[in-house]
Design a protein around this ligand. Structure first.
Ligand code: AGP
Length: 605
């Protein structure tokens, strides 16, 4: 994780670095720092905590300089304190780093034997001292090349040099890095999002590449030190970027944006005139796809899990799902008849990107379902299906989950149609229902009042359980994940039918249990499982889409969402769970957009 920014300009850069770091805080927010160059001096300032703290330090004691680097950290090696915050500077260089140096202990030992002293507990400081050592005999570029050869692991780096006050060197292996072009200044950034407010002209470094940027020029080199050219991308100017408007925080804005997210996504893919889905150029002839493998992490994995139920129900294609961090290390049998689908909001998640890389090495066809179309995962896959959700800033994913579900469902419908797995009439009905989804989401959001009441009941709870069967099981997992990450309250998601195989032992008087029970083929079974929980004292919150009032006694609260069809139920049932996690966190005064220990984009393994 962590965020990097670098600016080489003809004017003072510190305030622009601070502003960019604020945009990068979604990548990490436990400490922050900046280093600029003036009169052959490295001005390093850093602190634990948020960029706001760093800004206060600079306000009292400004940092001059037309070249500088900045960093927001998500701690991996060493606790989040000022000493471990980046940049890490010696008397000659200053370094910001994103990633993990796996052989840092070994390198540290060798450097200490040579008399180098370390100030921090980080793995990054070995890079600072290796470059410093190389500078005795080499120029900056050569020193960086020599240093990179000694490093194992993943990194994106930004480096400035006391005696070369006009340049920043950037390097990438594993962790994303971009450069931005402007008339009188150039930029380095860990993603294009941080650069967008300054430029829309971006180039992305590939693994092994190095860039040298000054205010007027950017040069690129491959791993063999050959000069190379890079393509310049004009990045899309996403609407409503980092503005939370009248909302208290980004998460509430993003939850309430979901009717529009759905509308935009549906209208991008549905051709209302032809009553068809606009998805073409499949990387494998649809009729020849034997298996689909869906891969993601966290919330994105949950959307894969929901999609598995859809693909199994609507198509004749075999489906597997996997968590990216597991997929990448399994001994898999790859097949060119399989389509490997990678789901990721950011498109930068390290495990998902590595899993995709393995597929590429095995020469199988890949598809990505992403929000950020300029991302590494999108650029590296054969086929991209964007979710069109617009920037998602809250660390807890809400509207992107919704977008992922919609795109996966649309893909599933299209495949079922082109493979003749579905009849024309059902296909048309399903498309018509999809078009009604935005309104149904808007209606579901009206349940907020009931959910606020429900949230009160979680305040004294020692834990909670989320239960569902069929496609409501992944929704239970997602509900539990949202509550955990936002409110720090323990929550377990389970298939309701699994309860008696162990988790029922956790049920005690008053334990909040959320049952997700749409009117599907599992409904009666879920009711029986609910009775088993009631009999042991569980406090039931029943979320359903049926009108009939069932189980009127012993249910603490019954919440009804609109019903369109069984395929769209998981999407609608997700909304109350997002609101629940949000309101419990709000009552507990948690940091909603930046939950503790987390980061939006998990770019380390
Ligand atoms: C969701 O609320 C989480 N913060 C997290 O699980 C996230 O979905 C996961 O890290 C994957 O991120 P990605 O979609 O950007 O790949």
């Amino acid at each position: 994780m962590c965020g990097i920014i670098g600016i080489a300009s003809n004017k003072s850069v510190s305030m622009n670095i601070i502003n960019s770091l604020k945009k990068l805080e979604y990548r990490g927010y436990d400490s922050a720092g900046i280093a600029t160059l003036t009169n052959n001096t490295i001005n390093e300032k850093k602190c634990s905590g948020r960029v706001e703290e760093l800004e206060k330090i600079l306000f009292k004691n400004p940092s001059e300089g037309n070249v500088g680097i900045g960093h927001v950290r998500w701690a991996t090696h060493g606790i989040p304190n000022t000493l471990n915050a980046h940049p890490h500077s010696s008397e000659k260089v200053s370094v910001v780093h994103n990633g993990i140096i796996e052989n840092s202990d070994e390198l540290k030992k060798t450097l200490e034997e040579k008399g180098f002293k370390f100030k921090s507990e980080t793995d990054t400081e070995v890079i600072t001292l290796l470059v410093t050592e190389s500078l005795k005999k080499s120029d900056p570029l050569e020193s960086v090349f020599k240093t990179l050869k000694k490093l194992k692991g993943s990194f994106a780096l930004g480096i400035i040099f006391k005696n070369h006050t006009d340049i920043i060197i950037g390097a990438r292996r594993g962790s994303p890095l971009a450069v931005g072009y402007s008339k009188e200044e150039n930029y380095l950034g860990s993603d294009s999002y941080a650069l967008k407010s300054m430029t829309n002209k971006i180039s992305y470094l590939d693994d092994g590449e190095i860039c040298v940027l000054s205010k007027s020029e950017i040069s690129f080199f491959d791993a063999n030190q050959n000069k190379i050219n890079k393509k310049i991308h004009i990045v899309s100017d996403d609407e409503n970027t980092a503005d939370k408007g009248d909302y208290k925080n980004f998460m509430s804005k993003e939850i309430f944006e979901q009717p529009n997210t759905a509308k935009k996504c549906v209208s991008e893919y549905i051709d209302s005139l032809k009553k068809d889905i606009n998805i073409y150029n499949f990387p494998i002839t649809p009729g020849e796809i034997e298996k689909i493998i869906l891969i993601g992490c966290g919330t994105a994995y949950h959307s894969c899990l929901v999609a598995k139920y859809w693909f199994e129900e609507l198509t004749s294609i075999e489906v597997e799902i996997d968590i990216a961090s597991e997929f990448r290390y399994r001994n898999l049998k790859f097949s060119t008849k399989n389509l490997y689908i990678f789901v990721s909001q950011s498109g930068e998640t390290a495990d998902t990107a590595a899993a995709l890389e393995i597929c590429k090495k095995n020469k199988v066809k890949t598809c990505s379902v992403v929000n950020v179309v300029e991302s590494t995962i999108a650029r590296n896959s054969d086929w991209v299906l964007p979710i069109h959700a617009g920037p998602e800033i809250g660390v807890a994913s809400t509207k992107a989950f919704l977008g992922q579900l919609i795109v996966l469902y649309i893909l599933c419908l299209k495949l079922s149609s082109v493979r003749n797995d579905i009849d024309k009439k059902s296909y048309n009905i399903n498309i018509e229902n999809l078009k009604k989804l935005p309104d149904a989401i808007a209606k579901t959001l009206k349940s907020e009042g009931d959910i606020q009441i429900m949230a009160q009941e979680f305040l004294k709870a020692r834990g909670s359980m989320f239960l569902g069967r069929g496609s409501s099981f992944p929704i239970a997992l997602e509900g539990a994940l949202k509550l955990k990450e936002l409110s720090y309250l323990h929550a377990e998601g389970y298939p309701a039918g699994e309860m008696k195989h162990g988790p029922l032992a956790l049920i005690e008087e008053g334990l909040p249990v959320i049952v997700i029970a749409p009117k599907d083929k599992y409904f009666e079974k879920t009711l029986s499982n609910t009775q088993e929980v009631i009999a042991r004292g569980g406090k039931i919150f029943f979320i359903t889409d049926i009108k009939k009032r069932l189980l009127s006694t012993n249910i603490r609260l019954r919440l009804r969402v609109p019903h369109l069809d069984n395929f769209l139920s998981p999407i609608l049932l997700t909304i109350p769970l997002q609101l629940l996690a949000y309101h419990v966190a709000l009552l507990k005064s948690c940091d909603i957009d930046k939950p503790r220990n987390l980061a939006k984009s998990v770019t380390v393994e």
